[in-house]
Design a protein around this ligand. Structure first.
Ligand code: MN
Ligand code: MN
Length: 314
């Protein structure tokens, strides 16, 4: 895979996350029936939802991902404390939404300075998986590092075997998709996950799309493997309702990496909050430039790779 193609797929992963968040926020906590009655099929970034968002506005899923990205880019290396500090700053800024498990974990860090919450049966929410994109980009080219960093970032707020495993699997799917994997190779990652945790089986999808990480991942996997385009995948996911901004964010990062930048509808890119769009695209390139994959090639290419994006949004 050519370097520019890798960078552009990395951008598509991070942009896909933000788009899924912005698109899905409209139908968060709705049932498929309520969505159908109100929107027929929800497929436009129009804001609203229970948070009353401006069109294109993102929520905690994207904001926490950016908190991670900024910490890593600022440090130029893995910096768990930097990530935790950015979570604190973000929470103090009164975010439009924050999950209860995330809030509890961040409070615990503020009180005790600990970088890992204790193992907890109630931590099987999707709040750690939704912020995996920057970790996958930063560790591109090193699967062992991906696993270490995934668990470390996850356990700042969530410490549960199902959350842990889902984080690693999503990170692997994003990385392998960026590096050119086909859908069979991506499916193999889900089979591996199901072999370890049969709860994640999704071959008989029952339409539950809540914040429990098992339901979230079943929804994401179902639509990743039953659709053939970025747009249809995300439309399917967010019309399932439930934790739609988060299923949208996770499906968006995988589908973005898999289908690439050109597959993301221009109308969605244009609607996305411009400052978020800009920062997410820039962070993706900077994270990949810090990754083992790029470090390895540094000798023969001293120039940092970059991708000109502006014409893509025109
Ligand atoms: Mn959210
Ligand atoms: Mn959510």
């Amino acid at each position: 895979m050519e370097k520019n193609e890798i960078l552009s797929r990395a951008q598509a992963a991070f942009l896909g996350l933000a788009i899924g968040d912005a698109l899905g926020a409209t139908t968060e906590f709705m049932t498929p029936g309520e969505i159908k009655a109100k929107h027929k099929v929800h497929r436009k970034i129009i804001g609203g939802g229970w948070l009353g968002l401006k069109p294109g506005r993102v929520t905690d899923d994207t904001e926490m991902s950016l908190s991670i990205a900024r910490a890593l880019v600022t440090a130029g290396e893995w910096d768990l404390q930097g990530i935790a500090d950015n979570f604190v700053t973000w929470m103090r800024g009164k975010p439009i939404d924050i999950g209860s498990t995330c809030r509890k974990g961040i409070r615990e860090y503020m009180r005790k300075g600990t970088l890992e919450v204790p193992l907890n049966d109630w931590d099987a929410g999707n709040g750690a998986v939704m912020r995996m994109a920057p970790v996958a980009l930063f560790t591109l080219g090193d699967e062992a590092l991906l696993e270490t960093c995934s668990l470390a970032q996850a356990r700042l707020t969530h410490h549960h075997p199902l959350s842990d495993s889902a984080c690693v699997s999503v990170g692997q799917m994003v990385q392998q998709a960026i590096l050119g994997a086909d859908r069979f190779q991506l499916h193999a990652i889900t089979r591996d996950l199901v072999a370890r945790h049969p709860n994640f089986r999704f071959n008989k999808y029952r339409g539950h799309a809540g914040g429990y990480v098992v339901e979230t991942m079943q929804t994401v996997f179902h639509y990743i493997f039953t659709t053939a385009e970025f747009e249809e995948c995300l439309v399917g996911v967010v019309n399932q309702g439930g934790d739609a901004d988060t299923t949208g964010a996770i499906a968006g990062m995988i589908a973005g990496a898999f289908y690439g930048l050109d597959a993301i509808p221009r109308k969605w890119l244009r609607k996305l909050d411009p400052s978020v769009r800009q920062e997410v695209a820039e962070m993706a390139v900077r994270l990949v430039n810090l990754s083992p994959l790029m470090e390895r090639g540094r000798g023969d290419s001293p120039q940092e790779a970059s991708v000109e994006l502006s014409e893509k949004f025109a």
